[in-house]
Design a protein around this ligand. Structure first.
Ligand SMILES: Nc1ncnc2c1ncn2[C@@H]1O[C@H](COP(=O)(O)OP(=O)(O)OP(=O)(O)O)[C@@H](O)[C@H]1O
Ligand SMILES: Nc1ncnc2c1ncn2[C@@H]1O[C@H](COP(=O)(O)OP(=O)(O)OP(=O)(O)O)[C@@H](O)[C@H]1O
Ligand SMILES: [Mg+2]
Ligand SMILES: [Mg+2]
Lengths: 255, 255
């Protein structure tokens, strides 16, 4: 039985999508059968997961609306062991509230994640920022969760919000484990970053924060322009090595 | 009659809150009667608007729920001409979906913004990331809108989504004007940034993108740790000067 790993944060722009696509790619590079699911109507996974250029635009939104089958929305990527489910055609709609409402009500999402873990070793789920209904539903169906934390004061100040939510959801899903907080976009030349990282390590339990840190690198940001995860595009980049280290740790835990 | 200016983006972490608090503070520094309203349940305005340390936790969520009056939620700040309405106690709740549903249904939000523009010269509204129902309601009640665009490939790729929404809303609110896209967190040492900025200027109409650019500076990020807008805390910082330039342009338009 595989594991469903959700990537969540109360704050926007902290590296959820970057973390999701790179963990998925790194697991797949190691021969782990991996599925990456995009639950964010913004649909950013599409731009970073190494899809073929002629892929269909359909995805999760089309499946839960009943207009596409599961087989039609599971897409191959540049990696043999990585499949992706995009968020789908909701990305092109200017009113995304219908998708959000459906995601909160439908049983198709938990069923999809449950059956995916039967066929895959790891299912990684990217989520929209905030503590909305989509994130709640995804967490209720997950066994693992990672919270990327950008090393900036504002991201730190709102972190209690997501930790409170995780506590709340654990009450209804006793399988849910917080694997940890991953410090992202760490700039070694910035005092601000160093202070935030130091504060997090001093004030949170040691096992709640991963030792590795994802550095801010131009290769990580540029990878989205090239449509590929940085671990695939530039394995030697410090951000790739950090994600590789994170996967080594996760593999040990998922045994 | 004052103007309601909404700060929106489909993407998270692009500088919406930073732009909202600094525009509000800069208008107030110039003697413009300004109200800053936080509609994002994450409640980040609280950390950057220069509030007094003993302020109440109540705000918009408490007002639309009927538990607090308007007078109780309008807070003074370090600046005489700046008042703030926080998002309120929803920030402490692990389930924020009730707030989101109420915001989409209530008439109290449009009524609040309409009456605020009668008493103030400028009302600036911070919003949650994405194209959800809260953003839609705020845009329906606004006359002006600014879209911060972080100079990174992924932010650029998802920009058509917010432009589509703005077109959609303009059909129901003919007062709504897109004042422009503001390039944020511009790092002059980064090729990625330069390429994104250049692409934006070449592919969008010239009047759609402000000439000024907000540079990435540590003072702007640190300002949130100090609880004050950077224009107030460090007026000489390049990010402060950029926001000051933006206000000069907006003042000319709002005449
Ligand atoms: N290690 C890194 N180095 C440099 N840039 C990074 C790194 N990680 C993420 N980024 C960039 O930072 C921005 C935000 O990252 P990303 O989009 O992954 O965050 P997110 O939390 O998924 O955002 P959203 O809230 O919009 O879903 C993107 O432009 C991304 O390319
Ligand atoms: N000009 C700047 N220079 C340096 N850091 C900046 C600048 N503008 C914003 N930041 C930092 O970038 C991060 C994201 O900015 P901010 O929180 O304002 O974006 P947002 O769009 O409001 O995010 P969210 O989607 O979570 O609401 C914050 O940590 C902020 O301090
Ligand atoms: Mg994302
Ligand atoms: Mg914000």
């Amino acid at each position: 039985m595989g594991h469903v790993l959700a990537i969540v944060s109360q704050k926007g722009g902290v590296g959820k999508t970057t973390t999701a696509v790179n963990l998925a790619a790194e697991f797949a590079l190691r021969g782990t059968k991996t599925l990456l699911v995009d639950c964010d109507p913004q649909g950013a996974v599409k731009y970073g997961a190494g899809l073929r250029s002629n892929h269909t635009p359909y995805g999760l939104a089309d499946y839960i609306a009943g207009t596409r089958t599961l087989r039609e929305i599971i897409l191959p990527t540049a990696l043999p062991w990585l499949r992706v489910i995009l968020v789908g055609t909701v990305t092109n709609e200017s009113d995304q509230s219908a998708f959000q409402e459906l995601m909160v009500e439908t049983d198709l999402l938990p069923a999809l994640l449950a059956s995916a873990r039967e066929r895959c070793d790891v299912v990684i789920v990217d989520t929209p920022p905030g503590l909305g209904g989509i994130v709640r539903r995804v967490l209720a169906a997950s066994q693992h969760v990672i919270v990327p934390l950008q090393c900036e004061p504002l991201a730190l100040q709102t972190t209690p919000q997501i930790l409170r939510m995780l506590e709340d959801i654990s009450a209804v899903n006793d399988e849910l484990t917080l694997d940890g907080i991953v410090l992202t976009m760490f700039d070694e030349n910035s005092d601000v970053c160093a202070r935030v990282a130091d504060y997090v390590r001093r004030h949170l339990p040691a096992n709640m924060v991963f030792d590795m840190v994802v550095p801010r690198t131009s290769a990580a940001a540029e990878a989205f322009a090239a449509g590929q995860p940085v671990v695939l595009r530039n394995a030697a980049d410090p951000s790739s090595r950090a994600y590789s280290q994170l996967v080594t740790e996760l593999q040990a835990r998922f045994q």
